[in-house]
Design a protein around this ligand. Sequence first.
Ligand code: GLN
Length: 247
Amino acid sequence: MKIRVGHLYPDYLNIYADRGNIAVLARRAAWRGHELDVESVSMGDALRPGAHDLLYVGGGQDREQALVAVDLAAKAAAVHEAAADGAAVLAVCGGYQLLGRFYRDRDGVELPGIGLLPLVTIAGERRMIGDVLLDCDWAGRTLAGFENHAGRTVLDAGAEPLGRVIHGFGNDGESGFEGCRAGRVIGTYLHGPLLPRNPWFADWVLAQALAHAGGGEPPQLEPLADELESEAHAVAADRARERGGRF
Ligand code: GLN
């Protein structure tokens, strides 16, 4: 099957190799006989609802977020329509923050978000940097990655986090939770990139996109020989255990 991906602002929001997540999805899709068709959707580009099975956006510094926020706000209706139609959405760090209602940066400037996820973010003084390990009880799995953000994200009451923080700061260094999950829409602070060291989650994202592409339920993807990926996960988890969540 062809999986159509809309990569939002790859030329502005791409730090910590966030672009690598697309490479992992493309490879894991190809190993199952599927093809990833990636379209870059950036400044001034139209976003056609229904044109993508997966929307992806990476992270970036406050400066880049300020450059894209107004353009993304103009695409808000199309992103909402795509998500309501069942497309999957994966947003990392700066992109995650702009899926909320707003991001207030360190200078107190409020960048509009698109309100797709029930949350707001306000930058604090100290950056939260380091390795992270999460418990995703909804999947019975752990996620390991790297965070670097000044933003403190607060989820609305009743909102689902992506995971519980075992080691690291997470959304705000206090709530004990990281990320936000609303059906097939996922936001997370985890860079690294995230997907090479978390193959189960890469397959979960792929399965959501395939469900939209094929119109059915998320398929059970045949397992792959993920020794190297599992090792990378273990190394990242050890680093998080040793030093995650400390200023
Ligand atoms: N600029 C945002 C912050 O500092 C996001 C950073 C990022 O994407 N790593 O919180």
